[in-house]
Design a protein around this ligand. Structure first.
Ligand code: PLP
Length: 483
């Protein structure tokens, strides 16, 4: 396709890289933007300009961009390149364990411990009492055993890794008996049958989607069987005409055939939250008490700690897992161990755990408390502008998220905002791309924020973000997003 003369002229008018670099260095004299960054910003800006010129399908009377405008764009690009990609984000979705937003926020005690261990040396693999080499795996073993009643414990990178490691240790080249009702897929491409295949274990499916009986497991046991497995159906629920085998019955069956029983609990949970108005979610202690040989669960779902895969169980079995070379590949790092240790210590007192661990505090927050925060946001917003901002309180519900309590609607009180002259999409996008980013959702043409997952200290940040949105769009009632 022939490029019009007009477009060719505009392309030729674009200054060269050298000229722009000189210009940028002149105006950035006291700045410390590295040259490589400046060059990238210049090249990106020029590429965008060329694209803009070539893409224009109008009547060919675009204007050439001025140098000042180009330099401003380059400065903006350079600043973006210097920013971190990982940004603080305000979770206004009401989904407490939001995997895309980093799952759990750490308790202050956990953060303090991380900072101390990050800043200084630690006895990570050094036994201070004997002066000899120690093991990083012993850092949280005692407290994990104390909290769960298990004989032994091990922590690896995440629960997917924990499941892989357990299967590889206990059932390599052997069959694992699992109910068809528990063939779980969680987000991010973790599917039980695939993990099983990777570990070298063979899946032996039994029962049906809705009903599996003890005799189904028993009939499947043969000379190749290595493990009986249960997976917590963490992100779905099978209701209606259903039957599943209890842990106790499966453990008895395992004992009869001298086979270990493993349970992937998904979200690790230590506290029975039914007293807090939540549905019952199995606890790790209950599985240990039922006699399950090895149990794996996540550190950053309901537990409210850092990303980690926790394995607890019988000493004989956990010892075998510890000596699997794969354990080294899934090794947990010291910052994780620090965060996990401090989080686990909080669980020694249930009331304290619920108060201090953000995930538990948000999950158990009562509607009245959330409504109070919603009101604070509403009043704050109306204070900056009650003409262009329309703010409503809505009785929507929040979600636990993170593949836990899938059927649970947590009663909440949300704030719905609409801005005269701006579409809900524009408001959502501006909030999402701001600093800090605010992630909410759109419903009925309104931007919705659920204060269940918004900290008290974040309310002012939200109000300032709307203030900036209004200021940057005051003269434009048709509305366009800033930047
Ligand atoms: C979440 C989950 C996993 C994976 O845990 P990660 O910590 O995300 O690796 C495995 N199994 C079940 C049942 C889960 O719910």
């Amino acid at each position: 396709m022939k490029v019009s003369e007009q477009k060719q002229r505009l392309l030729k008018q674009l200054p060269g890289v050298d000229r722009l670099l000189l210009e940028a260095q002149k105006s950035h004299q006291d700045d410390t933007v590295p040259k490589a960054i400046l060059l990238r910003a210049i090249r990106d800006t020029l590429a965008q300009q060329r694209e803009r010129i070539l893409d224009d399908s109008g009547n060919g009377n675009q204007d050439a961009v001025g140098l000042t405008e180009l330099m401003a764009e380059i400065a903006c690009q350079a600043n973006q390149l210097l920013e971190f990609n990982l940004k603080r984000t305000i979770n206004a979705t009401g989904v407490v364990v939001h995997t895309n937003l980093g799952r759990s926020c750490l308790a202050p005690a956990a953060i303090d411990h991380v900072i101390s261990v990050a800043r200084h040396y630690s006895n990570l693999e050094f036994d201070l009492s004997s002066g000899r080499r120690g093991s990083r795996y012993s850092v949280v073993e005692t407290v994990l055993c104390e909290l769960t009643g298990a004989e032994s414990a091990l922590v690896v990178n995440n629960n997917a890794g924990a499941v892989l490691l357990c299967l590889d240790t206990l059932a390599r080249q052997r069959e694992v008996v699992l109910s068809r009702g528990e063939m779980v897929e969680i987000g991010g491409a973790f599917r039980i049958p695939d993990v099983m295949a990777k570990s070298g274990a063979r899946l032996k499916e039994v029962g049906t989607t809705n009903r599996t009986h003890l005799r189904d497991y028993e009939n499947a046991i043969g000379t190749d069987t290595g493990l009986l497995m249960k997976v917590h159906t963490s992100n779905y629920s099978i209701v209606g005409f259903t039957a599943a085998v209890s842990l106790e019955d499966l453990v008895a069956l395992g004992n009869k055939f001298n086979l270990p029983v493993m349970e992937d609990l998904g979200s690790g949970n230590f506290i029975d939250l039914t007293g807090q108005g939540l549905q019952s979610e199995p606890t790790v202690q209950a599985s240990v008490a039922a006699g399950v040989d090895v149990i794996s669960f996540s550190g950053d779902k309901l537990l409210g700690g850092p990303q980690a895969g926790l394995i607890v169980g019988r000493k004989k079995i956990v010892d075998r897992i510890k000596s699997n070379p794969l354990t080294r590949a899934l090794r947990v790092d010291k910052l994780t161990l620090a965060a996990l240790e401090a989080t686990l210590h909080l669980y020694r007192d249930t009331t304290q755990a619920i108060e201090k661990i953000p995930t538990l505090r948000m999950l158990t927050a009562q509607r009245t408390e959330i409504a109070q925060r919603a009101n604070q946001i509403k009043q704050g917003l109306e204070r900056i502008d009650h003409q262009r901002l329309k703010v409503e309180l809505l009785n929507f519900s929040s979600r636990a998220g993170g593949g836990a309590l899938p059927l649970l609607d947590l009663p909440s009180c949300c704030v719905g905002v609409s801005v005269t002259g701006l579409s809900a999409n524009t408001v959502e996008k501006t909030m999402r791309q701001g600093q800090p980013a605010i992630v909410g959702r759109i419903e009925n043409d309104q931007f919705i924020m659920d204060p269940r997952t918004i900290d008290e200290s974040e309310i002012e940040l939200i109000i300032s973000a709307f203030d900036r949105l209004l200021t940057s769009t005051t003269d434009n009632s048709k509305g366009s997003a800033p930047n």
